[in-house]
Design a protein around this ligand. Structure first.
Ligand SMILES: [Zn+2]
Length: 185
């Protein structure tokens, strides 16, 4: 996830400050709201996943196919961005049949986008820019692995490939990176 909007700072010990029991309660209530949304969506899936929350500074999750269904490990949803991540992982459980991993990522993203739309939740600027970056990153990975034809779904993200350069370099060989550069408009 990108940068977060920070709430106005209130010093500890003052009403509304970090340690004010009322704001602790409020944060818990808000967090429960996001957890409930995630669980509601999960319960409507043909095969609901087992959801495990883990604390992480990076807002990524993972969906695992396990005996009898799916296990989804996600950071606890505490805002729209982390909720989106959680729904993205649920999206993998219903879009696992795509052969290309960049398409699996795309349809997981689309699943989360559709859920946000249906529930009238805001696709924040952070979500939008992370989405573009992530799609270009997934496409860059596929290109570095030798993908010849960019699927139509991913063509709109080619123009963001240059922004993923450093991350793509981590996984690919230099030779392939230069091929990938050929796609930069
Ligand atoms: Zn994913």
């Amino acid at each position: 996830m990108g940068l977060r909007m920070l709430a106005p700072f209130v010093a500890p010990g003052l009403p509304g400050g970090e340690d004010d029991p009322k704001s602790v309660q409020r944060r818990r209530r808000v967090a429960m709201k996001y957890v409930n949304i995630l669980e509601d969506i999960n319960n409507q899936l043909p095969v609901p996943a087992r959801i495990e929350f883990f604390k992480s500074s990076k807002a990524g999750g993972k969906a695992y196919q396990v005996a009898g269904g799916w296990l989804v490990r996600v950071p606890p949803p505490v805002d729209y961005e982390t909720l989106f991540t959680g729904i993205h992982e649920l999206g993998h459980t219903v879009n696992s049949h795509w052969r290309l991993s960049c398409l699996r990522e795309y349809y997981a993203e689309m699943f989360a986008m559709q859920c946000f739309k249906r529930l009238n939740l805001p696709v924040t600027k952070d979500i939008e820019s992370h989405h573009k970056w992530y799609m270009a990153f997934s496409l860059g990975q596929a290109l570095n692995r030798g993908l010849k034809r960019v699927p139509a779904e991913l063509k709109p993200y080619r123009k963001y490939l240059h922004k993923t350069e450093k991350l793509v370099c981590d996984g690919g060989s230099w030779k392939r990176i230069s091929r990938y550069h050929a796609f930069v408009p």
